[in-house]
Design a protein. Structure first.
Length: 268
């Protein structure tokens, strides 16, 4: 078990699809065009949401390898419907300990969605070096950047954001996580490896119609904040109670900042 349930991944998938930076998806499709078959490695694939979004937009024959350590999520991914000409295989692997067991030499594109804020700087740098050695392109989307903005606002919002961001920096299995520093770190690491890097915002904008996702996020932020500041539990729970009431109002909005990154070796 990874701590990411299939239900949670399904709940966030529509907000993810809407948030992705369309211009970077188009850049990726243009970059890949003209190949006979694109070989794609999807890291931390979960149930295959990244595959379901990208495969139809790449408009070419593709072979995807989905990698995750959660067998149950991979089973769902294997059952996904994919466009004609797209082959999918699943591989169960602990990316934290066993990144070195992945062979990048037969890969054209390494991709991941909603993964890179969980990994450590050292782990990420090893991945960037492996991508450079193999000469593959990279497409890492929906990486959290530390922004959390609510409407209407509440006086405790800045504290919650600060506590959540500290929690995001804790070890998620890969060593101290990049958390909100991930977008900047990724760009620096790929530039240092000689890649050309393009980035674009892919913020979640959660509006009145998505109350279930709004409330699920609220509970996740509360749980993280309580773990970091248990002495302030009462104050934090009062904030959550106010926020649950605000979430019912028609003007309720939540923005969660993300960034998408497309990078490719500069000689390609
Ligand atoms: C936030 S979810 C994103 C899933 C999917 N990419 C999506 O966008 O729906 C992070 C994924 O990374 C996987 N993961 C976390 N740590 C991992 C590890 N050490 N090895 C392999 N997969 C891992 C989880 O099982 C989960 O599926």
């Amino acid at each position: 078990m990874s701590g990411f349930s299939a239900d949670w991944l399904a709940l966030r998938a529509p907000a993810d699809a809407r948030a992705r930076a369309p211009e970077l998806t188009k850049r990726l499709a243009a970059f890949c065009a003209g190949r006979d078959r694109l070989r794609v490695l999807d890291l931390g694939s979960g149930t295959g949401s990244n595959l379901r979004f990208l495969a139809p937009r790449l408009k070419m024959a593709q072979s995807w390898t989905l990698v995750d350590h959660d067998e149950a999520l991979l089973e769902q991914a294997a059952a996904s419907e994919v466009p004609a000409g797209v082959e999918v295989s699943c591989r169960r692997l602990d990316l934290a300990g066993d990144l070195g067991r992945l062979d990048f030499s037969d890969v054209d594109l390494v991709t991941a969605s909603a993964l890179m804020d969980l990994v450590s700087a050292d782990w990420f740098d090893s991945l960037a070096a492996a991508c450079r050695a193999a000469g593959c392109a990279v497409f890492f989307v929906l990486t959290y950047d530390g922004v959390m903005a609510w409407r209407p606002s509440d006086r405790l919002d800045p504290l919650i954001r600060e506590l959540f961001n500290r929690h995001q920096g804790e070890d998620k299995g890969f060593g101290p996580a990049l958390g909100p520093e991930a977008p900047k770190h990724m760009a620096r690491a790929f530039i240092a490896e000689g890649f050309r890097v393009e980035t674009a915002p892919s913020d979640w904008l959660i509006e009145t119609g998505e109350r279930e996702l709004h409330l699920a996020l609220l509970e996740g932020f509360l749980a993280a904040a309580e773990e970091i500041a248990p002495a302030r539990t009462e104050e934090l729970r009062d904030w959550a109670a106010r926020r649950r009431r605000l979430a019912a109002r028609p003007e309720a909005r939540l923005r969660v900042g993300h960034e998408d990154l497309f990078a490719f070796p500069s000689e390609s």
